[in-house]
Design a protein around this ligand. Structure first.
Ligand SMILES: [Zn+2]
Ligand SMILES: [Zn+2]
Length: 540
């Protein structure tokens, strides 16, 4: 069965890739800050009438998970499964509207990633090379960087081989003769053959790609990518000596697994393939460039993942030589710090999303992350600041406007009146300007513009004094309430990408069938019963 929508020429096929969280600890507010933009964009493009697919999943492979499993005396699969289920539950609670949220430990994913890997190998962009590598004779295995221990040449303290607490990243030479963290013995250098991806062959193509698309990227993505391009792209190993991960479909590499980042970024493709198969639509409409393709592809992630999306993923797609569409828009967010400290697992200072949704309103939390999140610079999160924003923007401005209109004392139905032309003009403008901001990745400004409309509504209400009009001029009173109700109706559209639950509630009150991205006017007779207070003030 083919989906006819895909063939509609005016619609874009929008693919939104949300970063794949790593299955070794609970999701904290930093994750929410980085991932919320994906759901925001998904909902926005749906309102525009585009064909949207929003995919992501849990990143299940890699050494931190195997280490953790060993420590807890369970299988890596158990750790991955535990967090995958936890993540799914949290995303549900946050109303993330993924079309597919899958995981890298999924047979469909693994099979299709192996196929893609093989294509790159056949195209000779993946090649084998022998190297000397730390080997523990006692444990009988090659060691990953983080399984090693050295004295940090930068700070002089004991450090893991992948990165020191001081920030220093050890070089290959630093790791010669490093200690095995498992048994405490010194490692030796032993010959090992790995597969490499020829990133260096793509230097020119990536430069052209960045030049063409950077106007759609946040500045952090451009800067970080150019740093690597300036140094010159270097070939990189794509295999690891691990027992947990995606198999290497090439003879002689049966004892190795795929480097976790290769398999995770290709998950955007496999997840699209899987969901399209389920929906009976052609996945290539979202991934392949041909004459009539009209694709827009967003990648949403934190700034620690930039080059995996701006360099590695595009290289892998090009290396398949199958006319893949490269991601257009990079939505990288900065860091969310907690009480002026960087969130760190060892400090245990992260606040989990789970802890927040237990105590606070989901829509208010979503609003906070989009309107006050780390869009272009790191931001400092404190509970106090969050409560202030909730009480001022959400309760005092938005909640109050809805309350004083729809719960006006003695009012049982929305009167039919005439819409104020100035307010109507502002509503029309708001759609246009908010759209411009969103497409320019300025989500804070988009939220600010919506709050402006709420303020215009509140000011109009104050000036019209409906509590006096009701006694002195019923027609004018009707016009006031009718106009304010239409502001609320349009807010239910404009706020749908930010506060989906509240928007849906408002649509229920005002008999609006479905949200859309165009000015609307309530027409039906609307009775005002069962109107709830939307938001409660939080006491500090
Ligand atoms: Zn150090
Ligand atoms: Zn050892």
């Amino acid at each position: 069965m083919k989906n006819d929508l895909i063939k509609n020429e005016n619609r874009k096929n929008v693919l939104i890739g949300g970063a794949w969280p790593y299955a070794n600890s609970s999701l904290h507010l930093g994750h929410l800050a980085a991932l919320i933009s994906g759901d925001f964009l998904k909902r926005y493009h749906e309102l525009l009438g585009d064909n949207v697919l929003y995919v992501s999943g849990t990143d299940c492979h890699g050494t931190p998970i195997t280490e953790r499993a060993k420590k807890e005396n369970v299988e890596p699969k158990d750790i991955a499964e535990k967090y995958h289920n936890e993540f799914k539950e949290i995303f549900n609670k946050m109303n993330f509207s993924y079309d597919l949220y899958t995981k890298t430990d999924d047979d469909y994913h693994k099979k299709h990633v192996e196929d893609m890997f093989l294509k790159m190998y056949k195209n000779k962009y993946i090649y084998s090379k022998m190297n000397l590598q730390p080997y523990c004779e006692h444990c009988g295995k090659f060691e990953a960087d983080r399984e090693l221990e050295i004295i940090c040449p930068n700070c002089g303290l004991v450090s893991k081989g992948d990165q020191c607490d001081c920030g220093y990243v050890p070089t290959e030479e630093d790791l010669v003769g490093a200690t095995c963290r498992t048994c405490g013995n010194k490692t030796v250098q032993k010959e090992n053959t790995h597969l490499y991806i020829a990133l260096s062959k793509f230097q020119n193509q990536i430069e052209k790609y960045v030049e063409k698309n950077q106007k759609f990227w946040r500045i952090a993505s451009v800067n970080e990518t150019e740093k690597y391009l300036k140094e010159g792209l270097k070939d990189r190993a794509v295999t690891r000596d691990l027992s947990w991960g995606v198999d290497i479909p090439i003879e002689g590499f049966e004892d190795k697994k795929m480097y976790v980042w290769i398999d995770a970024v290709l998950g955007y493709v496999t997840a699209t393939q899987k969901i399209c198969e389920e929906k009976g639509i052609n996945w290539e409409d979202f991934w392949k460039d041909n004459n009539n393709s009209n694709i827009k592809m967003y990648m949403c992630h934190g700034k620690d993942n930039i080059t995996f999306h701006t360099i590695i993923l595009p290289v892998l797609l090009m290396a398949m030589e199958e006319n893949y569409h490269l991601p257009d828009v990079m939505v990288a967010s900065q860091y969310l710090n907690i009480n002026s400290e960087k969130i760190s697992k060892s400090k245990g200072n992260g606040i989990t999303i789970g802890q927040m949704v237990e105590k606070y309103n989901v829509d208010s939390l979503r609003y906070y992350m989009i309107a006050y999140g780390p869009e272009n610079k790191d931001v400092d999160f404190t509970i106090e600041n969050y409560i202030n924003i909730h009480n001022s923007d959400i309760v005092n401005k938005f909640g109050n406007f809805v309350n004083r209109t729809l719960k006006f004392k003695g009012l049982t139905e929305i009167p039919v009146g005439v819409m104020d032309t100035q307010v109507l003009k502002k509503i029309n403008e708001t759609y246009k300007i908010v759209s411009e901001y969103i497409e320019n990745l300025e989500f804070k400004k988009a939220c600010g513009k919506i709050i402006d409309l709420i303020e215009i509504g509140n000011k109009y209400y104050d000036e019209r004094k409906p509590w006096i009009q009701k006694k002195e001029n019923l027609d004018e009173f009707n016009n006031t309430i009718y106009t304010c109700t239409n502001v609320i109706a349009n807010l239910s559209n404009l706020l749908e990408p930010i506060m989906p639950q509240t928007s849906s509630k408002l649509r229920g009150y005002l008999k609006i069938e479905k949200p859309s991205w165009e000015p609307i006017e309530v027409k039906e007779k609307i009775f005002l019963d069962n109107i709830e207070v939307l938001f409660e003030r939080i006491n500090k």
